[in-house]
Design a protein around this ligand. Structure first.
Ligand code: PEP
Length: 260
């Protein structure tokens, strides 16, 4: 457990792997190896662990895993529960397939699909309608950081993307500087601390005790070699991991940061 600085609320961290558009059947063995390692470690891992595979693999992973408590999530959902939206996946479908959460507002969705805060807000509502926790991603581009706009941009995304009346159970925030995703670059620890503190303050101001207990993940080039340092920063309550979550060895190396 870590303590939220603003409220001394015990927070159980979450380490979530985002497989993005990677993962054929053969990759299942990596996810199952994570679940097996969690089963062996038992209470020795003081964090929740989740993998968000492509939608094609949510059901099979949810059915085959769970022995070690591995949770399964989706990577995106449509705002509607059903309808004429070829190629899209509803939050209800993810829940039906065994997911307990869904990532929304990832910067790749914002960039590739023009997703605005307003759309992300609707996706959070869709996730909640289906009983899923929404993992809401926010983060600045390199241009915005260099222009000194990081805190403004992240605060605006936070306000616009998260609806009212959410709880620490129903929303997880993931701070992911766009320039750190998949690049091997990470912000300085003091920069991560500054953004996470601002997020915590905004969440507390808006949601009170629920905001104090909400998980704020850091994402962007988290690896076994930097996990302990990044996870040790105040108000960092876990990680959203892209590339390194594709390998059980690397993902477990990150989870090691939460070994008792
Ligand atoms: C991500 O895309 O959510 C991410 C954090 O990617 P990576 O860990 O590969 O930087």
């Amino acid at each position: 457990m870590t303590e939220a600085d603003a409220g001394a609320t015990p927070i159980r961290p979450l380490v979530a792997g985002n497989w993005k558009m990677n993962g054929l059947k053969a990759a299942l063995s990596e996810a199952l190896a994570v679940d097996e390692a969690l089963a062996e470690a038992g209470a020795g891992v003081a964090a929740d662990v989740m993998i968000c595979p492509p939608a094609t693999m949510v059901m099979v992973l949810a059915e085959l895993s769970g022995m070690g408590g591995l949770k399964v999530g989706g990577q995106d959902c449509h705002i509607n529960a059903a309808g004429a939206h070829t190629g899209d996946v509803a939050a209800e479908m993810l829940a039906d397939a065994g997911a307990s959460a869904v990532i929304v507002g990832h910067s790749e969705r914002r960039a590739d699909h023009g997703e605005t805060d307003r759309i992300v807000h609707q996706k959070v509502l869709a996730a909640h309608r289906a009983g899923l926790t929404a993992i809401v991603c926010v983060g600045e581009t390199i241009g915005q950081r260099q222009a000194g706009l990081t805190l403004d941009v992240v605060a605006r995304q936070l306000a616009g993307s998260i609806p009212d009346n959410v709880t620490a159970e129903t929303v997880v925030v993931a701070y992911e500087p766009v320039w750190a995703i998949g690049t091997g670059l990470t912000p300085r620890p003091e920069d991560v601390a500054e953004v996470h503190l601002m997020i915590r303050e905004r969440l507390c101001a808006r949601f009170g005790a629920e905001g104090a207990g909400m998980r704020i993940l850091y994402g962007g080039s988290v690896k076994p070699s930097n996990a302990v340092e990044l996870m040790g920063i105040a108000n960092v309550n876990g990680a959203l991991v892209g590339g390194a979550s594709l390998s059980a060895k690397d993902f477990l190396g990150i989870i090691e940061a939460y070994r008792d």
